[in-house]
Write a protein that binds this ligand. Structure first.
Ligand SMILES: Nc1ncnc2c1ncn2[C@@H]1O[C@H](COP(=O)(O)OP(=O)(O)O)[C@@H](O)[C@H]1O
Ligand SMILES: [Mg+2]
Length: 385
């Protein structure tokens, strides 16, 4: 076997050359093409994902599980929190999964969804559960398929799962996920936290105002149950309410629906400003995202649902994309909402410039008095003038 001068140089660097003639095996080993495989530090990846979501991890896990149920076409989502066993179980009556789909469900970045058609698309949501669980049990029923798996994070790099006989958590059709929490005091076993988080994150699904606009996506409606109690649906019962309905591109049907409310007293912090949702999931709230500054921001609230913006969601579902065509859609909607909200504020006399004008008018007599006093003082104390 011939070894070129260059190869000999490399081999001697590697300490295998020298005066001895290298064997073919040694040459082959040294020149093996550089193949490898991308490995994933799963724990690190999940922690980075967790940090990319705003708010508490438990709230994210809850909203992701609900998002999966909604995306599967569920019309009933029942949750059970059991502090005694440190478990949280969510069962839906959606499409369920075929055996192969349940296998894929455990793969990071694997999704069966198309962006814009639902709330999920990235294929990472359910994996966040691994961070707080001793075990994630998933059972699903679809047609003749009835299967279940058990899954956990075994080390930095490994999250093994295995099939197990279905324990009977799922109904006739749909999927059930049971989280066995590491922390027995996790908020996920607290029904108060679960209800508040559901109302905060899925407010439009619990408010009849949005039934019509959401019917295209959830034709049978959606109901939530927590420990056997159905969450009551209620609108925002405010002192003053102004409906908002936005028609884009001369469409007959409104592409965004909602309302603004005004209360005589300041609202709790988290209810101030306009919340924007897509497919029932609240994405942003407050005044900053909208870029409107009313005169009395603490007394004004509102909510607007824009189904088409599901296509502009960012991975963490806490914002909308601002670049490219998806970003343009968001910016166009934002501008239209800005205009509608500003119009209503003007009607209420709550626009900032209007408020400043009325403040100025109210202050005018005082200003005149002050001026007179100063003029008189200037007469007595010429240095003041
Ligand atoms: N409740 C459910 N019902 C039916 N399929 C589900 C459910 N939860 C998860 N899946 C399936 O598992 C996949 C992975 O879920 P997930 O990690 O949350 O990512 P994503 O929702 O972004 O696709 C989904 O694409 C879906 O096919
Ligand atoms: Mg998901």
């Amino acid at each position: 076997m011939r070894v070129s001068a260059a190869s000999r140089a490399v081999l001697s660097c590697l300490g295998t050359g020298g005066t001895r003639r290298p064997t073919a095996a040694v040459v082959l080993k040294a020149f093996r093409p550089p193949v490898g495989e991308t490995r994933v530090d799963l724990l690190h990846l999940l922690e980075d994902l967790r940090d990319a979501y705003p708010g508490a991890l438990e709230e994210t896990i809850l909203t992701e599980i609900v998002a999966n149920a909604l995306d599967s076409g569920a019309n009933r989502i029942s949750m059970v929190a059991d502090p005694a066993t440190a478990t949280f179980t969510a069962a839906d009556d959606g499409s369920g999964m075929k055996r192969r789909e349940l296998a894929r469900y455990h793969d990071v970045a694997a999704s069966t969804k198309t962006r814009g058609e639902g709330i999920g698309f990235a294929g990472v949501g359910i994996k966040l559960g691994l961070l707080v669980c001793e075990e994630v049990l998933t059972e699903t029923r679809r047609g003749k398929t009835h299967v279940a798996t058990r899954w956990h994070l075994a080390s930095r790099h490994r999250a093994p799962w295995k099939w197990l006989p279905p324990p009977g958590l799922a109904g006739e059709r749909g999927t059930a996920v049971r989280l066995k929490l590491r922390n027995a005091l996790s908020p996920l076993v607290d029904t108060g936290f679960i209800e508040a988080a559901l109302r905060r994150n899925y407010q439009p699904l619990l408010d009849p105002t949005f039934d019509a606009i959401l019917a295209a996506h959830y034709p049978r409606g959606v109901s939530f149950e927590v420990n056997g109690r159905r969450l009551e649906r209620q609108g925002w019962d405010a002192a003053e309410t102004a409906p908002l309905a936005l028609r884009l591109a001369r469409r007959r049907k409104a592409s965004a629906v909602g309302y603004l409310v005004r209360e005589p007293a300041p609202l709790p912090e988290e209810r101030r400003g306009v919340a924007i949702s897509t497919l029932g999931k609240v994405i942003k709230h407050g005044w900053d995202w909208l870029g409107v500054a009313p005169a009395t921001p603490e007394r004004l609230g509102g909510l607007i649902e824009v189904p088409a913006l599901a296509g502009s969601l960012t991975l963490n579902k806490a914002d909308f994309i601002r670049v490219g065509p998806r970003g343009a859609a968001y910016l166009a909607y934002r501008k239209t909402i800005q205009e509608a909200v500003s119009r209503q504020l003007a009607l209420w006399g709550d626009a900032r410039d209007q408020a400043e004008e009325s403040r100025r008018r109210a202050a005018r007599p005082l200003e005149r008095d002050l001026e007179r006093v100063l003029v008189e003082l200037a007469g007595d104390f010429p240095l003041l003038a």
